[in-house]
Write a protein that binds this ligand. Structure first.
Ligand code: SF4
Length: 713
């Protein structure tokens, strides 16, 4: 039997056809009718069925609810009734004793839109806290704030078709050849058919994407804003601006021009560690090409100045008029399969449903009215790092974690683990057994996952696709929204006695319809869509209001932006170096990156053994020239030490890494690392090294750069 669904890995959002027999998933192939991939799948997508094999279901899945009386006691299998009662009673008691803000929810860009909506409603409408954030905070929050500051709305203005129509593609802070492979295959095909198309890659490493480019700007880590200001300076002085577009459609260029005046190409090239000639070439191709499309991801986002990096790039598009036309615009690549859907439902501390703002009283009133509650909480919620810092201080007593593994993926793991230990109750809603976070859980809620549940996701180009079940969840696992609903129903008599239930949902579609209503009249209006239409006509892009015949492929084609006056904003922010400087004690700049065949913390991709054929173990890559200077050689086991922790890995010389830099894939956590630190402490994986410093606007932490020392073990 064939079931159409969507790949659960990256934000490209490829359509898959799941093959099943007798209630078991037996294979997967690309959906030839899905407009994100037209039948293609990458190595991760094409091995999805292996992560649902019977042996995996039996050995690597959480199949039964479980709890333990105290942290040191073993986890004991239980029933849904018993764990739901325990969770609801502890939540109610904690809220009554310490207030709603003593509860926190840390959810995931891998949840479906319907799951996200259920969690958001539980946190805000029933518990009464804005303390709900998502691992999308680690992924896309700088892109969100960048779009809002510059264009007025969190809405990627371009689409995948623009890859076919662009004359210049500017890839910065991204390695789509590995991290978004199906889009990159499309780009390769376009380049083969249209050799005059220019591809510029900006990356501190010489990646496979950089190898493919016509021009690689191998900048020093974190210097993106200086580069964009230098490019803008070149555009100004070489007559490459689109002055009529600036005059008609933007505001604030004067301030930005004054800022760019001091960032001459020579100055920018010096800061970035590239040649002036290359910078000037990039400026000419970017500005003078008939249509320039930018693709960008974590290299811009995971930074202490992530929002400034995003707005600096969008400034370039606005100044050169490279936006709102076929083939032109800034298209952020979403890291997670449904980070976009989470933004749409407002499942983050800084958002409300339908792209609303929790700090806006009118927006709170609109959502309270839609949900049938008197009001929504006013106090700002804590974002990912703040949530765990508050837990470490003892302010968060109950933490409900769903579909994510913060004891591996958040920065500064020592702090995260202190936080988890200090919580009075850690609820882990998860499908996979044995994640690092499970060691800190008091209650396990086994969740259904890909291939087992119904719902929808939104990909990088605003396209909503259906996710469908090809088999029943194994054991006692349940869809995430259903788990949330059942606890909520037990809580309601305590927190809303005598009031009608807010959680009457019996299907994922009922949740989706409530979410849909929150988009009415907003920039992402999808009131013209339905499950039935998505099922009959296939995936659709938003906005898709009532009466529309189709969604919008690209935004702002009329030159009117989503700001109150319709003008896009130039954002004048100066270049700031990475938060942590290298010095004599920590002389190397460590970047983190993604491998072609793994995804995030490998809880799913690590189940397909063939995906380890590309890279079997963590490897630190350094420029070969640095090895003899440090008394190192290829293959040595080295200790990497940052101001927060240590990690031991094998070393590999790689000429694609600049001198004094090093790079480590982000996938490996503690469970893949053996040995102890110099003082006998546990080694906590890559994020034992990274820092919790975050961008002040987006609150996205600087996972991309850490100052380290490297010594042979
Ligand atoms: Fe899945 Fe992304 Fe690969 Fe497509 S490109 S198959 S969405 S991992």
């Amino acid at each position: 039997m064939d079931t159409r669904s969507t790949c659960p890995y990256c934000g490209v959002g490829c359509g898959v056809i799941i093959e099943s027999q007798a209630g078991a998933i037996t294979g997967v192939r690309g959906d030839p009718e899905h407009p994100a991939n037209f039948g293609r799948l990458c190595s991760k997508g094409s091995t999805l069925h292996l992560t649902a094999a019977p042996v995996v279901l039996q050995t690597r899945r959480l199949l039964q609810p479980a709890l333990r009386a105290e942290r040191t006691a073993p986890m004991e299998a239980s029933s849904w009734d018993a764990v739901n009662k325990q969770v609801a009673e502890k939540l109610a008691a904690t809220i009554q004793a310490h207030g709603p803000d003593s509860v926190g929810f840390y959810i995931s860009g891998q949840l479906l839109t319907e799951d996200y909506h259920a969690f958001n409603k539980l946190a805000r409408a029933l518990v009464g806290t804005n303390n709900i954030d998502s691992n999308s905070r680690l992924c896309m929050s700088s892109a969100v704030v960048g779009y809002k500051q510059s264009l007025g709305a969190d809405a990627p203005p371009a689409c995948y078709e623009d890859l076919d129509l662009a004359d210049c593609v500017f890839i910065t802070g991204a390695n789509p050849a590995w991290a978004h492979p199906i889009l990159f295959r499309r780009l390769e095909a376009v380049k083969a058919a249209k050799p005059a198309m220019k591809i510029i890659v900006v990356d501190p490493r010489r990646t496979e994407s950089a190898e493919f480019a016509d021009l690689h700007l191998q900048i020093l880590p974190g210097t993106d804003v200086a580069l964009c200001l230098g490019l803008l300076h070149a555009c100004i002085w070489d007559g490459l601006l689109n002055q009529s577009f600036i005059d008609a459609h933007t505001a604030g260029f004067g301030e930005l021009k004054a800022l760019a005046r001091d960032m001459t190409p020579a100055q920018a090239a010096r800061i970035c560690g590239i040649s002036v000639t290359d910078l000037l070439q990039a400026a000419r191709w970017f500005a003078a090409s008939p249509a320039t499309l930018s693709l960008y991801c974590q290299g811009l986002n995971q930074s202490s100045s992530g929002t400034a990096k995003n707005t600096a790039l969008i400034n370039l598009h606005l100044a050169t008029g490279q936006i709102g036309r076929p083939g032109a615009g800034p298209l952020s690549l979403t890291g997670q399969p449904n980070a976009m859907g989470g933004r749409e439902v407002g499942g983050m501390a800084t958002l409300l449903p339908g792209h609303r703002d929790p700090n806006d009283a009118l927006h709170r009133t609109e959502i309270a009215s839609l949900w049938g509650v008197d009001d929504l909480p006013v106090k700002p919620g804590k974002t990912a790092v703040e949530l765990f810092e508050a837990a470490a201080r003892g302010e968060i007593k109950v933490l409900w974690i769903a579909c994510t593994n913060p004891a591996q993926s958040l920065p500064d793991q020592a702090l995260v683990r202190r936080a988890l230990e200090r919580c009075e109750l850690v609820i882990l809603q998860e499908c996979f057994a044995g994640t690092a976070t499970a060691a800190y859980a008091d209650v396990i809620l086994p969740a259904a996952t890909w291939g087992e549940k119904e719902g929808s996701v939104t990909n990088s180009e605003r396209r909503i696709s259906r996710v469908r079940a090809a088999m029943a969840p194994p054991g006692e696992a349940r869809p995430d929204w259903q788990i949330v609903r059942d606890v909520a129903r037990l809580l309601e008599p305590v927190l809303r006695p005598g009031r009608p239930s807010l959680f009457g949902f019996e299907t994922s579609e009922a949740l989706w319809l409530e979410h849909r209503e929150a988009t009415r009249g907003r920039d992402l209006d999808i009131c013209g869509l339905s499950y039935a239409l998505l099922d009959s006509a296939g995936p659709q892009q938003w906005p898709y209001p009532e009466g529309a015949a189709q969604g919008l492929a690209r935004l702002y084609e009329d030159g009117r932006f989503a700001t109150p006056d319709g003008r896009a904003r130039f954002i004048a922010k100066p270049y700031q170096a990475c938060a942590e400087a290298v010095d004599a004690r920590f002389p190397f700049g460590l970047t983190t990156s993604r491998l072609r065949d793994q995804w995030h913390g490998m809880s799913r991709s690590g189940l397909a053994s063939r995906l380890f054929g590309h890279e079997a173990a963590p490897v630190l890559r350094m420029n070969p020239q640095d090895l003899p200077r440090r008394g190192l050689k290829d293959g040595d086991l080295v200790r990497i030490r940052s101001r927060r922790g240590e990690m031991a890995v094998a070393l590999r010389g790689d000429a694609g890494i600049s001198p004094a830099q090093a790079d480590l894939a982000m996938h490996w956590g503690q469970e893949f690392i053996s040995g102890r630190g110099a003082e006998g402490q546990a080694l906590l994986g890559v994020n034992g090294l990274t820092q919790p410093i975050f961008c002040p606007d987006s609150k996205q932490p600087e996972l991309k750069f850490t100052a380290v020392d490297i010594k042979r073990l």
